[in-house]
Ligand binder design. Sequence first.
Ligand code: 3PG
Length: 212
Amino acid sequence: MNELLRKFQELGIVPVVVLDNAKDAEPLAKALCEGGLPCAEVTFRTDAAEESIRIMAQKFPNMLVGAGTVLTIDQVDRAVAAGAKFIVSPGLNPKVVKYCVEKNIPITPGVQTPSEIEQALEFGLDVVKFFPAESAGGLKMIKALAGPYVNLKFIPTGGISTKNAPEYLAYDKILAVGGSWVASKDLINAGKFDEIAKITKESVAMVKAARA
Ligand code: 3PG
């Protein structure tokens, strides 16, 4: 497992963020760092994603800033040029995964099935995103999938919050959980960065308790 994935494991949470306006990137990164989660998966769902990654990566060099919802090779290039240290995708697009693996760019593609997992293994990956986690069978499904693939770790994302995250985090095949609850789009757009820092702190405490 590479260094970055180890860092995900240490943090326990990958905050998924949607930024409509790049001006929010700096206060958001500050809130996440102050709250104890120096990490953000900035989703390529808005025009502000690329610039937001650039701002976060420049102003917070120790933060793990990556790109999410990456669907094309062009987006990989743009994200990495902006400073993204990792790539996340909702599904497993072989072209995108191959490109990242060849370029040594950490990628965690989304999977739901044994066939998708086996594609990920073919690419040499040992960590996948399980998406959308709650809708796709949750922890029960991950436990069933983990049976045959003994060395694989999962980052469940989709429908996770402080309520159900502890049960995921208590399972040793879960590297970390991903989710937007830490820094929701509504809180970001309302400029409620103190609230985000507070939720971040609570979430960090939740990870600690879940793994104790
Ligand atoms: C998403 O699709 O936005 C991410 O997977 C996060 O999902 P969530 O909003 O349910 O945490």
